[in-house]
Write a protein that binds this ligand. Structure first.
Ligand SMILES: Cc1cc2nc3c(=O)[nH]c(=O)nc-3n(C[C@H](O)[C@H](O)[C@H](O)COP(=O)(O)O)c2cc1C
Length: 167
């Protein structure tokens, strides 16, 4: 079964977990990149990004060559923005809504995801949800511990999917 990791990351935490998961399960990786990215080192980013998330903005993304419909197992990763998933992922779900896939969800947050997971799960309705995992700011906190958790979780997911690890 072909595996794919689709993710967005602004500050690198979700990217680190995405790369760890992809390496563990032998997945291709698709990083979503908005055409107009928010400036990272701007204290305003929380307001700009938060507003986008609250307003359910769907920013244009840079084109990518991968065809997500060719994959059977898809891991989706995002930071929590204003208690929901990132606008880049919202655009992705609009254009490439997964249907009938085996999916797993991972997300990074700053300690207050609230009812985030409900929304994330809602976005992948119509698929077989194999599991989810959260990481609290892995880059700033304990990235080694979180990387170990990501590896263990990814292996579990693959087992649930009835898959062995081979490319
Ligand atoms: C625009 C914006 C909104 C955020 N909203 C939340 C939130 O609602 N709850 C929360 O726990 N963390 C929130 N955070 C913190 C991020 O989810 C957290 O730092 C995450 O680890 C960042 O992932 P990344 O490094 O992949 O970008 C927000 C961060 C940004 C930039």
């Amino acid at each position: 079964m072909k595996r794919l990791v689709v993710f967005y990351s602004l500050d690198g935490g979700t990217r680190l977990m995405a790369e760890t998961i992809a390496e563990t399960v032998g997945a291709d990786i698709l990083e979503l990149k908005p055409v107009n990215e928010i400036t990272r080192n701007n204290f305003m980013k929380i307001f700009v990004g938060g507003k986008q998330a609250i307003l359910k903005a769907e920013p244009d993304l840079l084109p990518f060559g991968l065809k997500p419909e060719n994959y059977e197992i898809i891991f989706f990763g995002t930071p929590v923005w204003a208690w929901t998933y990132s606008p880049a992922l919202r655009t992705y779900f609009r254009d490439h809504k997964p249907v009938g896939k085996k999916v797993a969800l991972f997300y990074c947050h700053g300690g207050g995801p609230r009812n985030f997971l409900e929304k994330f799960e809602g976005a992948v309705e119509g698929n077989e949800l194999l599991g989810s995992i959260d990481f609290k700011d892995p880059v700033r906190h304990d990235k080694d511990k979180d990387s170990v958790r990501a590896v263990e979780w990814a292996k579990e997911i693959l087992k649930k999917a009835g898959n062995i690890i081979e490319k």
